[in-house]
Design a protein around this ligand. Structure first.
Ligand SMILES: C[S@@+](CC[C@H](N)C(=O)[O-])C[C@H]1O[C@@H](n2cnc3c(N)ncnc32)[C@H](O)[C@@H]1O
Length: 236
């Protein structure tokens, strides 16, 4: 598992948001939050679990929108950042952040309405194991993202400190089926991969994002997208 030790370091946790979601990275944060809200809405009073919740970007957002949310992560330093974020957002008493391993979720079957995993499967060697656990504890829905194989992300993936696991749509379909779920929809985005936006100043990033959005709206562009946001449901 690529990130299990990496994210235990205090300095990694403290610089996590700044490195990824400042400057042009704000566009990424915004897009991911829209994907999560589109998939899970209406969230008010829904029982939601976020695994690998990290510094709590989505946990805090969902608590603020009225969900009953639990965030779970294996890294205490990442959770510590999450507690600070929840405190600053005034929602600390509306969420629970727990240390735990997503491979063995400490919850009974069907405990939640929905389970979310963002930016997790690209560090997981065996997403199927995690997806099966997510399926076990949900009554209705599972939401996650992947970084795509045969996409522009391949251009720089090799240069990253951990690299990322890149997956095809066929692989994702296989995991979903094996976990006993049904695919309910997907959005494919970002021909220019996240790495570019993280480095670019905000104005440059916004200009390129406008081009990127136009291109990804075409059928060829959609096939070149580097990120997919997936929605799966428990069959009736
Ligand atoms: C790239 S971060 C993503 C954090 C958050 N989901 C986000 O999008 O900002 C990956 C997270 O997975 C967590 N993680 C790694 N292995 C885990 C495991 N086995 N169980 C739970 N969390 C894990 C790491 O501690 C880290 O916080």
């Amino acid at each position: 598992m690529k990130g299990e030790e990496w994210y235990q370091a205090d300095d990694v946790a403290e610089s996590y948001d700044e490195k990824r979601f400042s400057r042009g990275g704000q566009l990424i944060d915004k897009r991911e939050k829209r994907a999560v809200l589109d998939a899970l809405s209406p969230v008010k009073d829904r029982e939601i679990l976020e695994i690998a919740c990290g510094t709590g970007r989505f946990t805090t957002l969902l608590a603020d929108r009225g969900a009953n949310i639990v965030g779970l992560d294996i890294s205490e330093p990442m959770l510590q950042q999450g507690r600070q974020r929840a405190g600053s957002a005034g929602v600390a008493d509306r969420l629970e952040l727990l240390r735990g391993d997503a491979e063995r979720l400490p919850f009974p079957d069907d405990r939640f309405d929905a389970v979310l995993a963002m930016r997790f499967f690209h560090i997981a060697d065996t997403p199927t194991t995690f997806l099966s656990e997510m399926r076990r504890v949900t009554r209705e829905q599972v939401v996650f993202d992947t970084f795509n194989d045969y996409s522009t992300r391949m251009l720089y993936n090799w240069a990253l400190p951990m690299g990322s696991s890149l997956y095809t749509a066929d692989e994702v379909n296989g995991w979903v089926e094996r976990a006993g779920l049904e695919l309910d929809g997907a959005d494919h985005d970002w021909i220019i991969p996240y790495g570019f936006f993280r480095q670019a100043p905000s104005r440059v990033a916004s200009a390129f994002r406008a081009l990127d959005r136009a291109a990804v709206g075409t059928s060829l562009g959609s096939r070149l997208a580097s990120v997919s946001y997936w929605r799966a449901r428990v069959p009736e």
